[in-house]
Design a binder for this molecule. Sequence first.
Ligand SMILES: Cc1cc2nc3c(=O)[nH]c(=O)nc-3n(C[C@H](O)[C@H](O)[C@H](O)COP(=O)(O)O)c2cc1C
Length: 187
Amino acid sequence: MTKLLIVLGSTREGRVGLPIAQWVKQAAEEDDRFEVDFADLAEIGLPLLDEPNHPRFKQYVHDHTKAWSARVDAADGFLFLFPEYNFSYSAPIKNALDYLNNEWVRKPVGFVNWGGNSGGTRAQATFRIPASAVGLVITRGNVEINFPQKQLADDGVFEPNEQQATVLRAQLNEIVALGEALKPFRG
Ligand SMILES: Cc1cc2nc3c(=O)[nH]c(=O)nc-3n(C[C@H](O)[C@H](O)[C@H](O)COP(=O)(O)O)c2cc1C
């Protein structure tokens, strides 16, 4: 069983990220290879990084950091869901990453991104640098959604197209395979 932590990195009121996350979460939960945890950064409400020590030392002083550390530690792999803001990744996803260090190391991560013109391409491309800095191993495929609002049904449910669903399945397969293969290399 792969413990998958899905992290939603858009926090603003009215975000399209929530219906996208509900699609991703449902797809992972229907796959019996996964035990799924869902971290909505809007709900968790981590402040901007306020720990006095470098996270590499794991000398956390705040309860919110200890709770976040335990959740990430427990995971074998991740799906990070975040929009493109100003040609880059969203601030909450980078903040959540920066809080920790060894908890991420040598674990697979897949990205699901969205945006207007770009479909989130620059969000995922720019996030590769900080993700690699903490030792995350990025899946080859990544879901990119162009103007996701156009794929919301009248009841607000996100309806993926065939290509998006196919890439998500490929990512889930990679997370299982990489999660197993990387276990001996974890910090
Ligand atoms: C502050 C801000 C900056 C944005 N910058 C970009 C951008 O650089 N490229 C793009 O394709 N879309 C951009 N958008 C459009 C967003 O991708 C779109 O609004 C999307 O719905 C945001 O995701 P969310 O609803 O989950 O917050 C921006 C939106 C906001 C609010």
